[in-house]
Ligand binder design. Structure first.
Ligand code: TRP
Length: 457
């Protein structure tokens, strides 16, 4: 078991595609148990395959409560189909009422890929944001910023650094003594990216969902841990009902009534606990037992369904008292489409993917040469059928180009049955890709004047 563990390296070039093992090993939740309203094709086809606490976001969607979406891009190279998948999800959340923030990881790209900040800015604007608007993101509800320019993100990263150490980085990322420190800083800045939209000056306390490829999960594990370690009040299941536990930390001692000499100031403590009780009773609970001596407050009548609203009230209280009041982010994970050659997609290997500004001739060539799930000869293919799970042309229809589920399952069956030949599948994909790329390129021209609106404030 030990040596079979999956390692997820956000900077690595290999990629595990053993998704059920990833779910088990990292404690992700499978999408199967959730009912997604108005599912996109990525949901319907199981491409978005796992999440952490997406229920919180769905609840907001349901109730019309505010929630935010945050994701990030590494500006290094051209935007390809794989990148567009995240944007499709962001757009979906935007249509469900989420406000959108997008981090340009120019610091990370500078430190880990040697892209200058200036170059990073140019790539982000011309390659990425120009496509975001063409893909349908609404500039009036989307804010794109640069890590290097949003000091609060860096500040938060620095401050959160206090809640972790090198051993944890070793465990999460496999770092050792030879690890470049830029790889230590990048995840902290990314934690700042993920958490800052809930600060009061960026929209305030509300759930934030981070749609990413599963390679980014280590950063989410880290960030969730950091956020919860800053929390002053923790809501847990108790034998009966729920229990709030108070966490005394270096920077909240005076609020907690702990004096510099270590003695407890009973008045301050009583005052704090009455604030906790008030905050919970405003939700309608009448039976609340406060036990300052043990640092706990019990709510026997509460159930795990009430956890979220109690937690939100206590985070607000923490903020009033001077704490961060940070809610752990939710996240969703998508599978990776295979590269066109059968390996991993990569901007630095143009043959492995289609770039969003590839012309149709280039696209056609790449699809023609793409890895096929067909048999060696036509005769064998007719007899044994092809494998759509391996066939890049089919996979790209499913991931990117074809919206109609019925049509997709029809060609899937006919391919398996040997009725559609590999070359024919490629032609179907070429036709759809041509349409898709042409439309995108027209949209890019029509919407280029909107690009600047994404960077406002
Ligand atoms: N590290 C991400 C990448 O390699 C980019 C990124 C930076 C990001 N900040 C983020 C992704 C916040 C999601 C959320 O692509």
């Amino acid at each position: 078991m030990m040596n079979e563990d999956v390692v997820i390296d956000p900077w690595g070039s290999s990629q595990s595609t053993d998704y059920s093992r990833i779910i088990d090993q990292f404690g992700l939740s499978s999408m199967d148990s959730l009912k997604i309203p108005n599912p996109s094709k990525l949901h319907r086809r199981g491409i978005v395959f796992a999440h952490r606490e997406l229920d919180t976001i769905l609840h907001c969607q349901n109730q019309g409560n505010p929630f935010g979406v945050l994701t990030g891009l590494m500006p290094s190279g051209r935007m390809h189909l794989g990148h567009s998948m995240v944007i499709e999800q962001v757009e979906w959340f935007q249509n469900q009422g989420g406000d959108v923030t997008i981090a340009v990881a120019d610091l990370e790209s500078n430190a880990t890929r040697g892209v200058s900040l200036e170059e990073g800015r140019k790539i982000a604007t011309e390659e990425y944001v120009a496509n975001y608007v063409a893909l349908g993101l609404d500039p009036s509800k989307t804010n794109v910023y640069f890590q290097s320019e949003r000091s609060v993100v860096q500040r938060l990263g620095f401050q959160l650094g206090k809640r972790t150490n090198l051993s944890e980085f070793e465990a999460i990322y496999g770092f050792d003594g030879g690890t470049n420190l830029a790889h230590v800083q990048a995840p902290l800045v990314q934690a700042g990216d993920i958490l800052h939209p809930q600060l009061d000056e960026y929209g305030g306390l509300r759930p934030i969902v981070v749609p990413v490829g599963v390679d980014q999960d280590p950063h989410l594990r880290l960030t969730r841990g950091l956020a919860s370690k800053t929390n002053w009040f923790n809501v847990n299941d108790a034998k009966v009902g729920l229990q709030v536990g108070v966490s005394i930390q270096e920077d909240n001692q005076s609020v907690m009534g702990v004096e510099p000499n270590g003695r407890v100031n009973k008045d301050v403590q009583a005052n704090l606990f009455s604030k906790i009780v008030n905050s919970i009773s405003s939700l309608g609970f009448s039976d609340i037992n406060s036990n300052p001596k043990h640092g706990t407050v019990n709510i026997p009548g509460a159930t795990s369904k009430d956890k979220y609203s109690i937690k939100m009230n206590l985070l607000s209280l923490e903020r009033e008292l001077g704490g961060f009041g940070l809610l752990s982010p939710s996240s969703t994970y998508h599978r990776f489409a295979v590269g066109m050659t059968g390996d991993k997609m990569s901007s630095s290997k143009p043959k492995t993917t289609l770039f969003l500004n590839d012309d149709v001739v280039t696209a056609e060539k790449k699809i023609k040469k793409s890895f096929s799930g067909g048999q060696a000869t036509i005769e064998e293919h007719r007899r044994l059928g092809g494998d759509p799970d391996k066939d890049v042309a089919y996979q790209y229809m499913m991931y990117f180009f074809e919206n109609d589920d019925d049509y997709l399952s029809e060609i899937n069956q006919e391919y398996r049955a040997g009725k559609i030949l590999a070359g024919e599948m490629k032609q179907l994909c070429i036709d759809r890709a041509t349409e898709w790329l042409t439309e995108l390129s027209e949209k890019r021209d029509e919407t280029s004047h909107l690009v600047k609106d994404f960077f406002e404030n």
